[in-house]
Write a new protein. Structure first.
Length: 450
């Protein structure tokens, strides 16, 4: 099999309806390789992130009960409707956390950086298809660009069917699973349709926001963001049935897990004893080693002798006067907003004019009470070598680019016995001139192998 034949096989394996509605990407003839050390780090990261979610959940509860600083819950509740806050605090969902954990991991010159966590991620079906498709390809001959040798198969991180097994495992013994895809998330419907068709042990059905024919014992996967509830007609019914214990629901209706400000709370010095107690020194140190310093852009005035840690600013207005060189900072909407996913609502200070940066800062301060923003240190992604196949010219095109890794961890089991399993890792490589790494037509998308 030549490289051209392999690339065409990958392309021809795409489902007839595709995987993303109206979206394309460049096909790599090979998976994206990770060194053994990085692969081990990614593999073990799931346990740390699961414990972080558990600790964040406990912090919110204790804050709401007055046993931790009250400002934590108050800020996490900003902009949320009362009904959603009540659901988040209800006994029915007390210990519930998302059963799919997906960090956005940027490869940098100093290792890697986790810029955010996504509890309702797209790409599950895509990564499952990539792992399965590339996992069936023979191992390439490293001495030749055009030929293959041997009968061995490449070992995808998580395994060729790791995403399928992982996703199925989060629903326990439920025999029927409904994946509710909102209109706002319809771009991802094709990948979920493909995913549902691959399941063997349970019946998976893709439903829209009008479906209400749930049966006791069913499971529901919530593939819609909580900010979009007014447009999801069956959300109230789903939450009621889940609260009554009649259906199994994940992720739970808890907007705290959709807030990027959790990273700002991790770095907040007032909460260090809590994090140390709940995470342990090792996990806390590991998280701080890979999560960039993050601030909540809170316009509450500081005393005249106080300053924001690390920034040495005494007022957020001073953020606007930083030089372009000093603005290696990302400003982004924290959550509960249509601008809080993808590359929307994300501003890289060093890439903007002073006027545009000032406008972004002003908007963040103005909207704090309804849609808070966070500020984060920007760690520039390092350059990597990649390639894609140009079907028009019938040739491999080398590309220097910047990479984001998206590992998918699936949490199965109950209570303290719940454990995360790595299902697969999606690599997104964008051309070197792109400052922010996200899915786009110019990007190469590939599964990761060791």
């Amino acid at each position: 099999m030549t490289v051209a034949e392999r690339a065409k096989l990958i392309r021809d394996s795409l489902p007839p309806d595709g995987l993303f509605a109206g979206m394309e990407w460049k096909i790599s003839p090979t998976p994206f390789p990770l060194g053994e050390k990085l692969a081990r780090e990614i593999e073990s990261l799931g346990r740390v992130l699961l414990q972080f979610y558990r600790a964040a959940n406990l912090l919110y509860r204790k804050s709401a009960e007055g046993k931790q600083p009250e400002w934590v819950a108050r800020r996490l509740d900003l902009g949320k409707p009362r009904e959603l806050i009540e659901l988040q605090r209800s006994a029915a969902f007390k210990n519930e956390i998302p059963r799919v954990i997906r960090p956005d991991v940027l490869l940098t010159e100093n290792g890697f950086s986790i810029t955010e966590l996504d509890s309702v991620p797209g790409g599950i079906g895509l990564t499952a298809w990539l792992n399965k498709t590339y996992g069936q390809l023979p191992i390439a001959n490293r001495q030749s660009e055009t030929s293959e040798i041997g009968n061995g198969k490449l070992e995808m991180l998580g395994g060729a069917d790791g995403m399928l097994r992982g996703f199925e495992s989060i629903f326990g013994d439920a025999k029927r699973v409904h994946v509710i895809v909102s209109e706002e998330a319809k771009t991802y419907r094709p990948e979920m349709e493909w995913l549902a068709g691959q399941m063997k042990n349970s019946e998976f059905r893709i439903q829209n926001s009008e479906f209400t024919d749930f049966k006791e014992g069913d499971a529901v996967y919530r593939f819609f963001e909580l900010f979009d509830l007014p447009n999801v007609a069956n959300a109230k019914k789903i939450f009621e049935l889940a609260a009554e214990g009649k259906i199994r629901l994940t992720p739970p209706p808890k907007p705290l897990f959709e807030e990027k400000m959790l990273f700002a709370l991790l770095w907040n010095r007032n909460l260090q004893n809590f994090w140390r107690q709940e995470l342990g020194e090792g996990f806390l140190a590991r998280l701080k080693g890979v999560i960039p310093y993050t601030w909540l852009v809170d316009p509450t005035p500081l005393p005249p002798h106080a300053a924001m840690p690390e920034l040495n600013l005494t007022d957020w207005q001073q953020l606007k006067s930083l030089s372009q060189k000093e603005r290696d900072l990302i400003l982004k909407v924290s959550g509960f907003s249509e601008k809080a996913w993808g590359a929307r609502g994300v501003f890289l200070g060093s890439d903007l004019s002073a006027a545009d940066w000032s406008a972004a800062v002003d908007a963040a301060l103005k909207n704090f009470e309804t849609s808070p923003s966070v500020l984060q240190r920007f760690h520039k992604p390092s350059m990597v070598e990649a390639s894609w196949f140009d079907f028009a010219k019938n040739e491999v095109v080398p590309m220097k680019g910047r990479t984001r890794l998206c590992p998918y961890y699936f949490v199965s089991g109950e209570g303290d016995a719940a454990r995360p399993t790595l299902g697969g890792v999606l690599a997104t490589i964008v051309p070197a001139d792109k400052k922010i790494v996200h899915g786009m037509a110019d990007a190469v998308l590939a599964p990761c192998c060791v």
